[in-house]
Design a protein around this ligand. Structure first.
Ligand SMILES: [Zn+2]
Ligand SMILES: [Zn+2]
Length: 258
């Protein structure tokens, strides 16, 4: 009896496909003392970041995460609180990681020059000298449909914000991780999150304000029951409201999928 129960438990245990570590869950003002947005993901063949705000290196070091070993960095959009950690990561790869293998950087269409510009502004001397590893820039556009990256497929969905934003949906063998980036309430959230094992959704403030290109807690209370997701967590919060009944992970926290 014991054995059959144990076997049945084992047969239902799913291996971890995505390990998601939050390396920054705050907004552009770092309110609540939270880091700027960065999400570190390991999957069977690809370790990557989704966004890298300027505090990413600090929090990664606190968590014992080596950013030199990343395979790829995906950007939802190029706002400073999601993107300005990049030159520090490149610096670390060059001087501490002694990296020579290529790094893939995936940007929304139109931002192909951003990685080069960011390094040039932050560390002009390093930019002049050149990096010892190639950077492969790829663009991702909602019109592309699902695109293969190693053994993942990644699809961009058009969010609605003050600049173009790709909500990103990662699928590895049917395990699905969806990350909104910054957005207002929009129809694309339904496609982005459909059948996701985890949706990481922005929820910036308690009350809705029409001038703010973000989702409020008030709006999310209306939206959440209509979403087809196994799990939802909120990020990019201002730290000034109680996210209940939603869960807001802390900087450094880890979630595993499925
Ligand atoms: Zn933001
Ligand atoms: Zn933004």
């Amino acid at each position: 009896m014991y054995h059959s129960r144990m076997n049945s438990a084992l047969s239902h245990a799913s291996p971890t496909i995505f390990t998601v570590r939050f390396l920054g869950t705050g907004n552009a003002f770092a309110q609540g003392g939270k880091g700027y947005q960065a999400i570190h993901v390991t999957s069977p063949e690809l370790t990557f970041l989704v966004d890298c705000g300027p505090t990413v290196q600090l929090i990664a070091n606190q968590q014992g995460i080596d950013l030199s070993t990343l395979d790829a960095i995906f950007f939802t959009h190029v706002h400073g609180d999601h993107a300005f950690g990049l030159p520090f990561i490149l610096l670390q790869m060059q001087f501490l990681g002694l990296r020579t293998r290529p790094l893939t950087i995936v940007v929304p269409t139109g931002h192909e020059e951003f990685p080069d510009q960011a390094l040039k502004l932050a560390f002009p001397d390093v930019h002049r000298m050149g990096l010892d590893f190639p950077i492969e820039i790829r663009t991702l556009d909602p019109a592309d449909g699902p695109v293969a990256f190693s053994n993942l497929t990644v699809q961009a969905f058009p969010m609605v914000h003050s600049v173009p934003v790709n909500g990103l949906k990662f699928d590895c063998g049917g395990v699905v991780l969806a990350i909104s980036g910054d957005t207002t309430l929009c129809e694309s959230i339904f496609d982005l999150s459909h059948a996701a094992d985890l949706l990481i959704l922005e929820c910036s403030s308690k009350d809705h304000s029409p001038e703010t290109p973000h989702i409020s807690h008030e709006e999310l209370l209306q939206l959440a029951p209509k979403l087809n997701v196994k799990r939802l967590v909120v990020v990019h919060t201002d730290g000034l409201f109680d996210p209940d009944p939603f869960y807001a992970p802390r900087d450094g926290e880890v979630l595993q999928l499925p």
